[in-house]
Design a protein around this ligand. Structure first.
Ligand SMILES: *Cc1c(COP(=O)(O)O)cnc(C)c1O
Length: 415
């Protein structure tokens, strides 16, 4: 498989090159040059999640089958439950990894894929990415991790997950917004240090592994009643939705991809009037989705560039307010205790028409236990802390507060 750019068809690189070089130099984002087709019926009897992952990802990588199996086994070493909520309604819980959010899938696959390399991983986070990346690269020989997060804009437990690693991980609380953190990271990359590695969701190594759980869930749902699925995904930067669209593209039984967004309306507005208007992000209860310029949407549009009709048939986006998020959490739909991000999917589901002969898969992106300050007062109950999360939360926290000034930041990372 070769990779090209969303903005320059002349770009032609291997998977390993795309992994290491963050972004194509001539602009745009890396995308697969073509999409292999799988006969999902042949994969119905898969042995384990890691086996299925190796099978699906093989044509997308330049790793040997043995290496890829080993990478998949180490990266996906936690459960991926698909719960049945109702006859044709399923709940895909993507938050049973070490940092209790779906970012563990991409971050762990990326770290395992890079493990024979070295470098400094620089990552801006609005909440969950930084913890997942730190956890995945923690004590990995040859790697340093530098995390930037907006000071005071992440939950207490998210902050602990960003700051309590030590060893090869250092964290910076930026006096500014997530957009400021991203700007600082971009400035550093623009300096062209060969040693810097990106672990943000623009990195192809994070998106590809996310296809696997859509393949997995759509197969399991299909096994129940022979119907294809619609997936409803809490979305911000649209990386997770892009992975679902790609899983559909390579032949898995996915009918439609719904992006459930928070009050940041760039995507839902686009589906209303066909104009893409990026804007500054606004902060909401679902903070990991506070994105005003969802970068991965470019990848989705690239796939459909010549077919507007199919695009609208396959994909849609809706916006959910903080009030609707709170009300949904409070109601405990289907007896589930859900996080503010996941609530956007549950809420959106209830507003949509139910199609006959179609399953719906609601995607749970984080554990409610990570957002206890929002969820506990609403449900008036203490949420038990998952064991994996508890272990990380017990270590001491260290971080340095910095300004959002580009020159100060460049000075800092030069040291
Ligand atoms: C990152 C994140 C999202 C948004 O995912 P995108 O791929 O950026 O659309 C949603 N929910 C949680 C909990 C997240 O951490």
């Amino acid at each position: 498989m070769r990779y090209t750019s969303t903005q320059d068809a002349l770009v032609d690189v291997s998977f390993s090159e795309a992994l290491l070089s963050n972004l194509p130099k001539s602009g745009g984002l890396y995308v697969p040059r073509n999409f292999p087709k799988f006969d999902f019926q042949k994969l119905i009897g898969f042995n384990s999640y890691a086996d299925l992952a190796a099978e699906i990802l093989q044509p997308f990588t330049d790793f040997s089958p043995a290496d890829l199996k080993d990478i998949a086994k180490k990266a996906f070493n936690f459960p991926v439950p698909l719960t049945t909520l109702d006859e044709s309604l399923f709940y895909l819980e993507l938050f049973h990894g070490p940092t209790a959010a779906f970012k563990d899938f991409g971050a762990r696959f990326l770290a395992q894929s890079l493990k024979n390399q070295s470098g400094t991983v620089l990552v801006a986070t609005s909440g969950d990415t930084g913890g997942a990346v730190a956890s995945a690269f923690w004590q990995l020989p040859g790697f340093k991790v530098r995390i930037l997060f907006p000071k005071g804009m992440v939950s207490r437990r998210q902050e602990l997950q960003l700051t309590n690693w030590g060893f090869n991980v250092a964290s910076y609380a930026v006096r500014g917004t997530f957009d400021d953190c991203q700007r600082l990271v971009k400035t550093a990359f623009a300096q062209g240090h060969a040693d810097l590695r990106s672990a943000n969701s623009i990195n192809i190594g994070r998106i590809l592994p996310q296809m696997v759980y859509y393949a997995y869930a759509s197969i399991l749902a299909y096994k129940k009643n022979k119907n294809p699925s619609r997936v409803i995904i809490p979305s911000g930067n649209a990386g997770n939705a892009c992975a679902a669209v790609w899983a559909k593209q390579i032949g898995f039984p996915i009918q439609h991809v719904v992006m459930a967004c928070n009050a940041n309306q760039t995507l839902s507005d686009y589906f209303k009037d066909n104009i893409y208007r990026p804007r500054p992000s606004i902060s909401t209860l679902a903070n990991a989705m506070d994105v005003g310029h969802p970068s991965n949407f470019e990848r989705i549009r690239h796939l459909y560039s010549e077919n507007e009709i199919r695009f609208k048939k396959d994909i849609s986006a809706y916006s959910v307010s903080d009030t609707q998020i709170s009300q949904t959490i409070t109601r405990r739909p289907y007896q589930q205790i859900i996080c503010p991000h996941t609530a956007t999917a549950f809420y959106t589901y209830e507003t949509l028409e139910k199609e006959k002969d179609e399953n719906t898969i609601l995607v749970g992106t984080a554990s409610a236990a990570k957002f206890e300050t929002v969820v506990e007062p609403l449900i008036q109950e203490t949420i038990p802390i998952p064991k994996m999360l508890e272990e990380t939360l017990q270590r001491p926290s260290h971080f340095q507060e910095i300004s959002a000034d580009e020159n100060e930041f460049l000075e800092l990372i030069r040291k």
